[in-house]
Design a protein around this ligand. Structure first.
Ligand code: COA
Length: 113
C-alpha cells in the first residue's frame, strides 16, 4: 500500500530516488528530499509491503499533479509495483489531472497500456 513519506524513511527514500538517472548526484538528491520534506506542493509516497519497496513523488501545479519521481527496488521490479503506485496516485488525486514529466513519461505512458 501507498503511505506518506516521513522523516524516519529518509534513507530508504533517498536510496530509491537515487535510481532515477537525474538523481545520481548526492547534492541533487539531498535537494530533492529536502523539497519533499519542506515544500507543501511536493508529496512523496512509499510503497510498503513488509518492507518499503518503491517510491513515487508528485508536484502539485494548479489542477495538475505531476509525477516527477518513480522508482522500485531493483530486486522487486517487474512484479507490477510501479504500475500499482501510478494507479494509487491516480486514485488519490482523482479530481486532478495526473500527468508525468520528462523523467517519468516513458513508464507513466506504459502504465496506460
Ligand atoms: N519505460 C517504459 N516501460 C518500462 C520502463 C520504462 N522506463 N521500465 C519498465 N518498463 C516496463 C517493463 O518493461 C514492464 O513491461 P511489461 O509489463 O510489458 O513486461 C513493465 O514496465 C513493468 O511494470 P511494473 O512491474 O509495474 O514496473 P516496476 O515495478 O518494475 O517499476 C520502474 C518500473 C520504471 C519504476 C523501475 O524499473 C525503476 O525503478 N526504474 C529506475 C527508476 C527510473 O528510471 N524511473 C523513471 C522511469 S521513466
Amino acid at each position: 500500500m501507498l503511505i506518506k513519506f516521513k522523516k524516519s524513511f529518509e534513507k530508504i527514500a533517498m536510496g530509491l530516488l537515487s535510481f532515477m538517472p537525474e538523481e545520481k548526484k548526492v547534492k541533487k538528491l539531498q535537494e530533492t528530499i529536502n523539497e519533499y520534506e519542506t515544500n507543501e506542493g511536493w508529496q512523496l509516497y512509499l510503497w510498503k509491503e513488509e518492507e518499503v519497496l518503491g517510491a513515487i513523488g508528485v508536484r502539485m501545479e494548479g489542477d495538475q499533479v505531476i509525477v516527477q519521481h518513480i522508482s522500485v527496488n531493483p530486486s522487486h521490479r517487474n512484479q507490477g509495483i510501479g504500475k500499482k503506485m501510478v494507479q494509487a496516485v491516480k486514485e488519490m488525486y482523482q479530481d486532478y489531472d495526473v500527468t508525468s514529466n520528462e523523467f517519468t513519461k516513458e513508464f507513466f505512458e506504459a502504465c496506460k497500456e
